[in-house]
Ligand binder design. Structure first.
Ligand code: CA
Length: 223
């Protein structure tokens, strides 16, 4: 497992690094938030130990930036004792765990191992509607013995429709889930993608699964 430790106090950082290395983790250390952000973007770490108190860009800001950029590396936040607000804020911003200083090194190691393991063994989930299957790990769709490669948007669209089976998905809801838009761009983007998806999953197959709810949106269902 490769771990990034972000802590400006050099003594604490070195102490954490040595403890993790003794447990056979590969460890990178950064003493400031902006640099940590760069490292995390370039390198696929299995976990990040992130101190909240950092000069310049603090730990919570680093955490938010990573999550905004869809970086899901597990993060263990470190903070001064008793900062309950920081704990809640950190977990809300997408941290995986939290540890108050001072902490026992054994506990830090156990928590890093635990959040890292969650990342290493992704649970494969297969979504099914009739004979259409979507593997959320490989992001491949399959129907009647044919495997389809999907682009990122096509995958997100199909995943959303499959998780909403039988319910009408409005164009605005689709724009939010698939494109992260919170406004209507006034284009036929959704319709274009639905058409492409339909060509993959419905053309040449019966029954048709992707239906139009006229004037409202789309629904994936068996009949
Ligand atoms: Ca610090």
């Amino acid at each position: 497992m490769r771990v990034l430790v972000v802590e400006d106090e050099k003594k604490t950082a070195s102490f954490i690094r040595k403890a993790l290395q003794a447990e056979s983790f590969a460890v990178d250390v950064s003493h400031d938030g902006a640099e940590a952000l760069e490292l995390a973007r370039r390198t696929p770490f299995d976990a990040i130990v992130l101190d909240i108190m950092l000069p310049g860009r603090d730990g919570l800001s680093v955490l938010r930036q990573l999550r905004e950029h869809r970086n899901d590396t597990p993060i263990l936040l470190l903070s001064a004792r008793g900062q309950v607000n920081e704990k809640v804020e950190g977990l809300n911003a997408g941290a995986d765990d939290y540890l108050a200083k001072p902490f026992a090194l054994a506990e830090l190691i156990a928590r890093v191992r635990s959040i890292g393991r969650r990342n290493i063994e992704p649970k494969s989930t297969i979504l099914r509607v009739a004979d259409l299957m979507l593997d959320t790990t490989t992001r491949q769709a399959r129907r009647g013995g044919t495997t389809f490669e999907l682009t990122t948007r096509e995958y997100r669209l199909l995943e959303f429709l499959m998780r909403s089976t039988g319910r009408i998905c409005g164009r605005m809801a689709i724009l939010e889930k698939v494109w992260d838009y919170d406004f209507d761009p006034g284009t036929n983007l959704v319709d274009v993608y639905v058409k492409r998806l339909r060509e993959k999953i419905d053309d040449g197959f019966e029954p048709k699964l992707l239906h139009t709810a006229r004037g409202v949106g789309y629904v994936l269902k068996e009949s």
